[in-house]
Design a protein around this ligand. Sequence first.
Ligand code: FAD
Ligand code: EPU
Length: 366
Amino acid sequence: MTPSIITLSDKKGKVFAVIKKKAGMEVASNISLKDYNTFGIDAVARHLVKVSSVEKLQDVLKQDRWKETPKLILGGGSNVLFTSPEVELVVKMDIRGIEVIEENDDFVWIKVGAGENWHELVMYCIDQGWGGVENLSLIPGTVGAAPMQNIGAYGVEIKDVFTQLEAVDIETATLRTFNPEECKFGYRESVFKNIYKEKYIIASVNFRLNKRPQINTSYGAIEEVLTERLGSTGAKSASIRDVSEAVIHIRQSKLPDPNKIGNAGSFFKNPVVPRAKFEGLQQQFTSVPGYPVSESKVKVPAGWLIEQAGWKGKRFGNVGVHNRQALVLVNFGSAQGEEIKKLAYDIQQSVQEKFGILIQPEVNIV
Ligand code: FAD
Ligand code: EPU
């Protein structure tokens, strides 16, 4: 089949993209990725393919021309930092659909396409009266990326509602199912970020939601906002929509909006240290916050460590550390990925020197 060709030009007539449509597959060439990542880094994709079905994804993987090409799988680009000016092939996930696969009086099981927007899914569930994901309101990105790092916020992680996912093996283009045990979810972790990094593309994710929702206000700030809004008794009987609105309120008061200033949320993970190490820190820094995660381990907020190391609100040319959340690195407009990476490295070194803790990036540096 002869591919149909569409060229896109700017106001001066300069061609900035050539799109070839072949067998229903859209391939764009030399595309700026600035609008495809929330850091707003202006890298270029030599080729960008949008895939809207499992079959199209498999077609791309089977093509001889791309068999050996490294592929960057992209959802909403809200957890990536591009550090090279060029990426050879971007596979943009656009598989849509929310399907009810089973339900009873208590629960509903749904299957969701990887390209669906996470927050829109949360809003859809709330509209249906299905509970379980309301605490995860306003997390940017796609459903397919959510299991990658077991997204979490305000006392809930997706592992709490996850039942299984389907993923395509990049090497063989075959579809495989992963159950919760096989995903090995942890704090900001899964097999897809570790042993299966760049081996599988998540095509759909299944969740079990609660038709008789139980709200979770274990994260103190939610309770506070609900009490402010509904009074102390109201907070106990709040609806899932009330919880979602409280979470949105808290998030908007702390986190910068990527549409206004480039960022990827928390740049680093919160380190989990042995209890003895934490007790040592307490002796030196009496106000150090810590949350026990087991008998022997304590999670220390990286935002506190970075703030204490003197970085909060600091700006260095095009990049900086947000003034309300020290865990968030920002692009003031025209930064290169390397500038953000350098800032992250300097912060990491200084936290290591001051506290003896090596904080690790949460963001995927590519
Ligand atoms: P992308 O950035 O496109 O990709 C992230 C990684 O996943 C990349 O390595 C990519 O190759 C891979 N990937 C993407 N899609 C697929 C797929 N279908 N199959 C295989 N690999 C894939 N995260 C939290 O956990 N909690 C928060 O509270 C939170 N708050 C945030 C707030 C802000 C303002 C921002 C900007 C980010 C925040 N994040 C948070 C991080 C981010 O939203 C999540 O990690 C989200 O799941 C990323 O989705 P995405 O589609 O944008 O992924
Ligand atoms: N803190 C400071 N200074 C700061 C920021 C934080 O001292 O500038 C300390 C405070 O003690 C505060 C504590 O850190 O009480 C925790 O701060 P916050 O509630 O803002 O949460 P966080 O640990 O910074 C984590 C996640 C967020 C998630 C929130 C809410 C990680 C790496 N980050 O942030 O996730 O939304 O909790 O659950 O676990 C993301 O992953 O991108 C993300 C935004």
